[in-house]
Write a protein that binds this ligand. Structure first.
Ligand SMILES: [Zn+2]
Length: 278
């Protein structure tokens, strides 16, 4: 059964929190060679994993940092994973936000000491008679790191050839990167950077790992997600994966828990809407 979550997306997208879930098999393996005690058993399943197996499991499950593909090479699959539909609610919302940001030298959010663009909470939105589409607006994490450096763009360089870079504007085909959080999705909106060396010509997203490594640690630490090539999860969800797996809660179960939390969050918003419409 498919339900629609708070962002107007199919809740099966919570599966993204688990990388290649279908390929994961819960295994029954004797760990006595490495440990005296067996890992705790949940319910009726025996899930014993050796340390080597555990390491391999973590490597397969924990997301790897995305190296950032070119916007131009966005595939249909990536478009689907972003949750954006051409001319949909999210599409127009992101267009509106990008237009406003383009007109601001420094984003209003940064002047207010926050990275987040948050819509009104449902109660206030309904009080102000906002259309129902407003309730689908997600939180956006605004990541334009060069604006927060002492010498702005001059503090960054092309990771490929070390030449200076320039900003290339916002991504347009898929405006923002969708991140699976515990009970909702949020989006990361960033700019692209392009190398000024015409022979190199590389371009990178603001959250590309090679750009991130050039930032001060205290700025890197604010980034709220783990990105992989296909999907992305919030740090909270990502950090939950290891202890869950250590406690014998496999990827499929984690996915089901996330789906339930997303559905519950959506249902509560829907209840608010329906009672306000009475
Ligand atoms: Zn370059």
């Amino acid at each position: 059964m498919r339900k629609i979550n708070q962002n107007g997306e199919s809740s099966s997208q919570a599966d993204e929190a688990v990388v290649e879930e279908s390929s994961m098999q819960e295994k029954e393996i004797d760990i006595s060679g490495n440990r005296e005690e067996q890992l705790p058993v949940v319910e009726d399943q025996n899930i014993f994993v050796t340390l080597d197996e555990e390491e391999e499991l973590n490597n397969r499950i924990l997301p790897k940092i995305d190296d950032g593909d070119d916007d131009e090479s966005v595939t249909d699959e990536q478009e689907f994973l972003s949750g954006e539909v051409q001319n949909g609610v999210l599409y127009h919302y992101f267009e509106e936000v990008q237009k406003r940001l383009t007109e601001e030298a420094m984003p209003a959010e940064y002047n207010n000491s926050t990275f987040w663009i948050r819509p009104m909470q449902p109660f206030f939105a309904l009080l102000k008679n906002k259309p129902v589409e407003y309730l689908y607006r997600p939180d956006i994490f605004l990541w334009i790191p060069h604006l927060l450096l002492n010498n702005k763009i001059n503090d960054l360089h092309c990771p490929t050839c070390k030449s200076p870079i320039k900003t290339k504007g916002f991504n347009k085909k898929t405006h923002a990167r969708r991140i699976i959080d515990l009970d909702r999705c949020f989006y990361i909106l960033t700019k692209r950077y392009r190398c000024l060396n015409s022979i190199c010509g590389s371009s990178f997203n603001g959250y590309d790992s090679k750009i991130m490594r050039q930032l001060p640690v205290q700025l890197q630490a604010e980034f709220p997600a783990y990105l992989s090539h296909r999907g992305a999860v919030s740090k909270q969800v990502g950090d939950l994966l290891r202890p869950c797996i250590q406690k014998s809660m496999g990827p499929k179960r984690i996915s089901k828990v996330l789906r339930e939390l997303h559905t519950l969050k959506h249902n509560r918003s829907e209840l608010q809407y329906l009672t306000a419409m009475k």
